[in-house]
Design a protein around this ligand. Structure first.
Ligand SMILES: Nc1ncnc2c1ncn2[C@@H]1O[C@H](COP(=O)(O)OP(=O)(O)OP(=O)(O)O)[C@@H](O)[C@H]1O
Ligand SMILES: [Mg+2]
Length: 649
């Protein structure tokens, strides 16, 4: 559950919103929407305790029961599977404890760490991780690849998978759909529906929100307003609210006008002075209803430089890829002035590789890439947002770009992209995702490119900015190469499609709907191939000794058994030592008891002797109960080893 009580949040001196009182209950899936920079991610920071509220309170589960998607994935040597599994906090903690226990050399501690790990059932966690990864589009072989070998988009998927692994009471997803294709989106939506925890999703993808949430929280007019229902329901209610507000405003205006007229007419007439006075009071009391503020439509445009070569880029027999890994081969294509090319291809097909080769960010392995004279490329890609220096301000970046330009011109240019006032002197590191993307667009527009090369430009952009980009691209007169999963954008801005598929790049004759079918077919073939591979692996396993992986598995099991046996041996020795001690102490206690309960001894003994014997009895009895406790603990540790042994068989 998540509860906000009269909360207010600010960044610096700027109050993002206040008087926020909202509750999201268990199992409720909530969309958090609002324009770029309105403070959605900041709310997550506040829930996670990274940012304090100005006023009010947040009631949220303890930090370890909150799962959220890390904004960036560290360079790590872990394999994808290990990285994702590490998201299961209890398992990760149990593993760390086991390592620490081993290092400490304390057998008991190690045994109980093993028992705790066994309880968590690592095998089950692993299969859950593989299910989530498959759902997010990873193939079986990806699981063993190192995280650092994945592209930015795929790393983001890994961090989403990692967050989904965590058993939590609250799941915070900040733009989870940015890097997902259609299939993975559908899978994610189904997965979220199965969860019993509270889920808050920030997204600018209305189709996804429509299917995935039951409640919408909208950041508007300096507060956050709750709407029951999904995004469409929010839109309807919000339009209805505006309609009512407009009607109420009109009725207010009419009433106020009437009262004013009455007051004007009778104010100075002695006979009507009393009535006029009462009208003045009524007018004062009349609640002001503001008119609906018309949404200002924000627009910008790309103006290409005057000189444009006829042939912008010519690729001949290009082979491109990374080190030994060839991604695309035999690519020949010409980009001409006025071309508007949408690049299609499933994830990992090599769309970004093609694009990088065209813009010159990647050298071809063989073949030639010729660029026309006077070609100016406007290149937009995810990693460019990340390569902006966080310590710079938007104005710094512009100054560096155009050192000879008057500062006012630079300020005016940034102003056109909604960077006004002191905003242009904010550090880039503090800009929201959408603000950074808008800045990248501002930089591109400044260059007056005659070829725009945009790789997933709509990620992070709010709906109004997406709309502005769509309009700007439709009226752009230069050439355009666009990679996007936003079908609406491709449809409205491209007139040619190119398909990157199985290492080839070719013109695509079909339309976008044909392409969607192709994606689904491809997905089916991949799944079928994986099923076949799994089947033949299983068959190989059933034939003893015939498979290396089976041998390897046996070897590992034997190793594990040996480790458990080695651990058990000292525990058994300890147990037998304790048992002997327990027998000795029991005998001692029984002997002393017999003495104490003998009336003859009692009568004859000196009082000091009685005191000594009772003290000895007490000490022996407490040593016995201590030994019994140790016996219990050691037996449990041995049982844990036994159950591990059983699991290995
Ligand atoms: N550390 C910071 N210092 C100062 N201002 C900040 C800081 N972090 C964010 N801001 C500003 O606070 C505002 C809210 O940022 P936030 O990241 O919460 O927006 P958002 O709603 O998530 O936007 P987007 O849709 O673009 O992701 C933005 O104007 C941003 O520039
Ligand atoms: Mg954000």
């Amino acid at each position: 559950m998540l509860r906000l009580l009269d909360a207010a949040l600010a960044r610096g001196t700027h109050v993002l919103y206040e008087h926020v009182t909202l509750t999201a209950s268990d199992g409720e899936r909530v969309a958090l929407i609002g324009e770029n920079g309105c403070g959605k991610s900041s709310l997550f920071a506040a829930v996670l305790g990274e940012l304090s509220l100005e006023t009010g309170e947040i009631e949220a589960p303890a930090a370890e029961r909150i799962a959220h998607v890390a904004q960036s994935v560290l360079e790590t040597d872990l394999t994808a599977l290990d990285y994702v599994m590490a998201g299961h906090a209890p398992l990760a903690a149990a593993k760390t404890e086991l390592e620490a226990a081993r290092a400490s050399g304390q057998t008991m501690r190690e045994a109980s760490a093993i028992a705790a790990l066994a309880d968590l059932n690592e095998g089950l966690v692993k299969s859950q991780a593989l299910t989530i990864m498959a759902g997010l589009g990873f193939s079986n072989s990806d699981a063993a690849s190192k995280v650092k070998t994945f592209s930015g988009g795929w790393r983001n998927r890994l961090s989403l998978a990692r967050a989904l692994m965590c058993p939590a009471d609250l799941l915070l997803l900040d733009e989870p759909t940015n890097h997902l294709d259609m299939d993975s989106l559908i899978w994610l939506e189904a997965w979220l529906k199965k969860l019993s925890c509270t889920v808050i999703i920030i997204s600018h993808d209305r189709e996804f929100l429509d299917r995935a949430v039951q409640t919408t929280w909208s950041v508007e007019n300096g507060t956050i307003v709750r709407y029951a229902g999904n995004y469409s329901a929010y839109e309807q209610q919000s339009v209805e609210k505006m309609r009512l507000q407009e009607a109420a405003h009109k009725s207010y205006e009419a009433k106020a006008a009437h009262l004013r007229a009455f007051i004007e007419r009778f104010r100075y007439k002695a006979t009507k002075a009393r009535q006029a006075q009462s009208r003045i009071k009524m007018l004062d009391k009349l609640e002001v209803v503001e008119p609906v503020r018309a949404m200002r439509q924000w627009r910008f445009e790309f103006t290409p430089s005057e000189r444009t070569p006829e042939q912008l880029a010519v690729l001949e027999n290009v082979r491109a890829g990374y080190e030994e890994h060839i991604v695309i081969d035999n690519v020949s294509m010409t980009v001409r002035a006025g071309d508007r090319i949408g690049v299609l291809g499933v994830n990992g097909a090599g769309k970004s590789t093609l694009i990088k080769t065209i813009v010159g960010a990647l050298k071809p392995m063989s073949g030639t890439v010729l660029r026309g004279q006077g070609l100016t490329i406007g290149y937009f890609a995810q990693h460019q947002l990340e390569s902006l220096d966080a310590r710079d301000t938007p104005l710094d970046v512009m100054r560096r770009k155009a050192p000879l330009e008057r500062e006012q011109t630079l300020r005016d240019h940034l102003g056109k992209f909604k960077f006004s006032g002191d905003f242009i002197e904010h550090k880039i590191g503090t800009l929201s995702g959408g603000e950074k993307a808008r800045l990248a667009l501002a930089l591109i527009v400044w260059d007056k490119p005659n070829l725009l090369v945009l790789d997933e430009p709509t990620n992070h952009l709010d709906m109004a900015t997406r709309e502005a980009l769509t309009v700007a691209l439709s009226s752009f007169e230069g050439a355009l190469i666009l990679v996007s999963h936003d079908r609406h954008l491709i449809r409205s801005t491209c007139d040619k499609l190119v398909l990157v598929h199985e290492g080839h790049v070719e013109a695509y004759d079909g339309d976008l709907d044909d392409y969607a079918k192709l994606v689904l077919e491809h997905r089916k073939t991949v799944l079928a191939a994986e099923r076949d591979a799994a089947r033949s692996e299983k068959a190989a396993l059933e034939k003893p000794g015939s498979s290396i992986s089976r041998k390897e598995e046996r070897r590992m099991q034997a190793q594990q058994r040996a480790r458990i046996a080695a651990l058990k041996k000292p525990l058994l020795a300890k147990l037998s030592k304790i048992e002997k001690e327990m027998a000795r102490l029991t005998e001692l206690v029984n002997g002393l008891d017999a003495k104490i309960s003998d009336p003859d001894w009692y009568a004859a003994a000196q009082s000091e002797e009685i005191a000594r014997i009772t003290r000895e009895r007490g000490e022996a009895a407490s040593s016995l109960s201590e030994a019994e406790a140790q016996w219990l603990e050691t037996s449990e540790a041995i049982e844990a080893c036994d159950s591990q042994e059983l699991a290995q068989q």
